[in-house]
Design a protein around this ligand. Structure first.
Ligand code: KIV
Length: 276
């Protein structure tokens, strides 16, 4: 395929330009087949550090490593031809200094083909976001509930209720002013999400936020009903694939025990015939 015929992937600038326009559709993906499934319908595919909980059974995202992100990033990249791929910077890979963040962000992008990185934190991370964006690393911010900070936040609680709204607003403004091209708003009151969306110049991507955000993101396994460990209120399940898979596995087990599987059409004859 010639370079001109190759479908163009969305860029951070395309996403930035969607402020106030048709809402951005975003999902996570961690594998090639799921990336292929979501690519056509999504503007942004996030290789989220939620991979640690969803696919690796970790109790939180804190144990996710650079190596895990790179392996899953490479897999997702192979499945995308349209959406912008954003990759999460794992806990401990960027907080120490802007230089540490640059080293690890550059590695994530170079080794996976991601078009941007996402990192958690507002005012405290503004200097780092400025440092990265000045050095050609597009950054998606993430404020409100930041799961890498659960120990400091005391759990997965709604952020920004009452007087705390000012803190979340300041975080979102700091991320936008530092040069991020978009920002995830997680688990904040809907009215606050609408206010933030109205007061910053970059697209807000809501998760547990508001339909008034400039886009929405969900963990793909949550919206498919596959991740059954727990289901947050905001994670609408558009299918119950976990239940369907359980029923299929039980039917297979019954067939094997009753010697109904494999049936004649699943086995091979001694000499190759029409169906070999
Ligand atoms: O890791 C992740 O999947 C995320 C999204 C839920 C925003 O950060």
């Amino acid at each position: 395929m010639s370079a001109t015929a190759r479908p163009r992937r969305l860029t951070p600038m395309d996403v930035r330009a969607r402020k106030g326009d048709t809402p951005l559709v975003c999902l996570t993906a961690y594998t090639t087949p799921v990336a292929r499934l979501v690519d056509g319908d999504c503007d942004v595919v996030l290789v989220g550090d939620s991979v640690g909980m969803v696919l690796h059974g970790l109790p939180s995202t804190l144990g996710v490593t650079m190596e895990m992100m790179i392996l899953h990033g490479q897999a997702v990249d192979r499945g995308l031809s349209h959406a912008l791929m954003v990759i999460d910077m794992p806990f401990g890979s960027y907080e120490e200094s802007p230089e540490q963040a640059f080293r690890n962000a550059a590695r994530l992008m170079a080794e996976t083909g991601a078009g941007a990185v996402k990192l958690e934190g507002g005012v405290a991370m503004a200097e780092t976001i400025r440092f990265l964006t000045a050095r050609s690393i597009p950054v998606m911010g993430h404020v409100g509930l930041t799961p890498q900070a659960i120990n400091a936040l005391g759990g997965y609680k709604v952020q920004g209720r009452g007087a705390d709204a000012a803190r979340v607003l300041a975080d979102a403004k700091a991320v936008a002013e530092a040069g991020a091209f978009s920002v995830v708003l997680e688990k904040v009151p809907a009215a606050l999400a609408d206010r933030v969306t109205g007061e910053i110049a970059i697209p807000t991507i809501g998760i547990g936020a508001s339909a008034g955000c400039d886009g929405q993101i969900l963990v793909v396994d949550d919206m498919l009903g596959l991740f059954t460990d727990f289901r947050p209120k905001f994670a609408k399940a558009y299918a119950e694939l976990g239940q369907a898979a359980g029923a299929a596995i039980a039917a297979y087990a019954e067939d094997v025990r009753a010697r109904r599987f494999p049936a004649p059409e699943h086995v091979f004859a001694d000499s190759p015939g029409a169906s070999s």
